[in-house]
Design a protein around this ligand. Structure first.
Ligand code: ADP
Length: 405
């Protein structure tokens, strides 16, 4: 079965093609083909890359006019041109779409119907940067792959198992009735990371209490018990929780009232500041990229050091919160750009939990670990590094759904 995965964002679209055979391998497979198209807003300066295994990457700057054209153009490289791996579009069996917001309705990957599309569109009010682009991606794929099933895999779905006392905000109950509640995000990554952690440790997922740490541009933690999310740090939007690259994470809501009342902020300006001018970038004034923060801090830049220290402080705070939600912890799992690649962040985060008997193996931590356990043999808590594979997780989900249909 050939599964095409689409991950549409507001300024990029990533896609990959997998061939899955029975039995589906537990450990991740390499894609047959990968493509990516990026643009600047308003739509301009389009860059396209596509590659098939064993061939040089195709790079283009196509002269196209819209996001929808970009999707179609990228997908055409599947069967047309030097990166092609198919004879025609009919050779794709299923198309899987990452959808950021599935609201309270979707707790599983779901076959796309007119109603499902309508619901994703309705939820755009909660995820204006993501859901509209994802509906566009679905509709473009429907035009190209006319008879194949389309599957929506939601980033919120994994967290639908959170108990109500965890997802309700302590505001008026009427908020909850209007959909203002915690949803959590990065669910595809957290779910995959927890399952992979159990495999790496050779344990039953159902026997483990895991805190999964997705630390990329966006950062969130999840408390996973028996393979189910029981708590997470992001909430109604991806702004809640940890300090991130350019997002603030949780800050006193009184600041918003002050800015609106005393500094004439508009809602749009507030959104801009909290999403794009805060976090590592806001505090350091250097960059939203952890590599640049670490480099500047090591050269004595005090604001870069402050940004790093604040990032770690908040990471430890929320790790403590997730451990409390789990009544203890068997494993911490680090994934995504920072989680996979920064031994400094892992070491500093873990140093806060030595009182629990957590002992990191310094050499293993420093040796670019991929999908392995980096705790000392006598550590009371395992620590693993997991390569993020959201695309593969979506392909697996589509395969399972298509097989059971
Ligand atoms: P996204 O959330 O956009 O998918 P990624 O998972 O690729 O992002 O993570 C991007 C983050 O990973 C950036 O902050 C980048 O600095 C960080 N990162 C990548 N490599 C390293 C590294 N070697 N050391 C520290 N941080 C890194």
């Amino acid at each position: 079965m050939r599964v095409l995965v689409l991950n549409a964002g507001s300024s990029s679209l990533k896609s990959s093609l997998y061939e899955l055979d029975e039995p589906v391998p537990q450990s991740p497979a390499a894609p047959l083909w990968e493509g990516r198209v990026e643009w600047e807003e308003p739509f301009s300066n389009v860059r396209l890359r596509a590659k098939r295994h064993g061939y040089p990457q195709l790079e283009k700057q196509p002269a196209i006019q819209s996001e929808r054209d970009a999707t179609g153009y990228l997908l055409q490289t599947l069967w047309d041109g030097p990166a092609r791996v198919l004879a025609n579009p009919a050779e794709v069996d299923v198309v899987g779409h990452r959808v950021v917001h599935g609201g309270a309705k979707y707790s599983e990957p779901t076959l796309v119907t007119t109603e499902v599309k309508e619901e994703i569109r309705r939820l755009s009010a909660f995820a204006p940067e993501h859901n509209p682009a994802e509906v566009d991606g679905i509709e473009t794929a429907e035009r190209i792959f006319k008879s194949q099933p389309q599957v929506a895999v939601f980033d919120t779905a994994f967290h639908q198992s959170m108990p109500m006392h965890t997802f309700i905000y302590p505001g008026p109950y009427a908020w909850y009735e209007r959909g203002i509640r915690r949803y959590g995000f990065h669910g595809i990554s957290h779910q995959y990371c927890a399952a992979r952690t159990a495999e790496i440790l050779n344990k039953d997922l159902e026997s483990l209490r895991i805190v999964t740490c997705h630390l990329g541009h966006g950062c969130s933690l999840a408390a996973v018990q028996d393979g189910r999310s029981v708590d997470t740090t992001m909430g109604f939007t991806p702004l809640e929780g940890l300090m991130m690259g350019s997002r603030s994470g949780t800050i006193d809501p009184g600041i918003f009232i002050h800015l609106l009342r005393k500094e004439n902020y508009s809602a749009d300006r507030l959104e801009e500041v909290l999403n794009r001018e805060s976090g590592l970038l806001g505090v350091s004034g250097v960059s939203d990229d952890m590599r640049h923060i670490l480099a500047a801090a090591s050269k004595g830049n005090s604001r870069a050091r402050l940004a790093f220290d604040a990032f770690i402080h908040r990471l430890r705070q929320y790790l403590g919160a997730m451990i409390a939600s789990l009544d203890g912890v068997d494993a911490l799992a680090f994934t995504a750009g920072i989680g996979e690649n920064s031994p400094e962040v892992r070491a500093e985060a873990c140093a806060g939990f030595e009182f629990l008997g957590l002992k990191l193996d310094g050499q293993k931590n420093a040796a670019s670990p991929v999908d392995c356990d980096i705790a000392s043999p006598d550590s009371a808590v395992r620590v693993v590094v997991v390569a993020a594979r959201e695309d593969w997780a979506i392909a697996q989900a589509c395969w399972r759904l298509a097989r059971s249909a």
